[in-house]
Structures are given as C-alpha cells and as structure tokens.
Ligand binder design. Structure first.
Ligand SMILES: [Cu+2]
Length: 150
C-alpha cells in the first residue's frame, strides 16, 4: 500500500502542470479504519476559464466530482458531470459544497499523509489537460460541523 502511494507521488511530481490552472491548498479529510470514502477539497483558478471534468487518485478506486446541497433540511450530495471554472475566478471546493469524492479507498487516510490527485480540465477549445496536485490529509474534525459523511 505504502509503495503504491509513493509511486503515485513520483508520477505526480514528474508530470507537467498546466500553468493556466492553479490549485491552492488541496487537502483530504482523514478517515477511520474501514472507512471507504472521503472528500478532497481545494481552490481552483483557471485563468482562461475551463471545466473540471474528471479527477483520479491512485488511493481510490472511484473518484467523482460531487456537489453538496441542502434539500428539505437534509444535506445531500450528488455526482456532477463537470464543474465550471470561470476565467480568473477561484472556485472553492470545500465541505458543504463542491468536492472531489474519493471512494473505494485503498487505505486509511491518515493525518499528515500526502495524497496525489490528478484533475482533468477541459479548456474552452475542448482540449483536455491534466493537473497534478498533492493533497495533505487533515484531521477528521476539520470542519466537521459542515456536512456528514466526509
Ligand atoms: Cu461526496
């Protein structure tokens, strides 16, 4: 498990980042043993405008882009096809809102660990590019008041 994670990190470091898209403060919520899903959060700014169409992580079997919303006083989340990244505007992925959902986790996410995440972004010209980030795992209690299950 450890080995796979390190290999993933090396891959992330060696690939080229897209200067057009900037990701700041990526983090993943820590999990308890046997927990199979968690959320990843970050701030994404696309200077020319783009759409986040896919995300991947070697630490998770399934990765989706999710939206969280209050519906009849219940916090619900659903997968979205894409997340719009308006030109020059920082889009916040945060607890209680949009997030990258990591499912079928291959290991426990422990505080202080680093999780590689690859974002696939589609520009206005429909060209797709990848952006690699390393998300740091933060404590389970971080923003725990906002939304269950993450
Ligand atoms: Cu979710």
């Amino acid at each position: 498990m450890r080995k796979a994670l390190i290999a993933g990190l090396l891959l992330a470091v060696s690939s080229v980042c897209l200067a057009q898209v900037q990701v700041t403060n990526p983090w993943v919520r820590a999990t308890v043993a046997q927990q199979k899903a968690t959320g990843a959060f970050m701030s994404i700014t696309a200077s020319k405008g783009a759409r986040l169409v896919e995300a991947r992580s070697p630490g998770a079997g399934v990765v989706e882009i999710h939206e969280m919303k209050m519906e009849n006083n219940v916090m619900r989340m659903r997968a979205v096809q894409a997340l719009d990244l308006p030109a020059g505007k920082a889009v916040e992925l945060k607890p209680g809102g949009y997030h990258v959902m990591l499912m079928e986790l291959r290991q426990q996410m422990k505080e202080g660990d680093s999780v590689p995440i690859t974002l696939i972004v589609e520009g206005p010209d429909k060209k797709r590019e990848t952006v690699d980030v390393k998300a740091v795992v933060r404590a389970l209690t971080a923003n725990a008041s906002k939304g269950p299950g993450h």
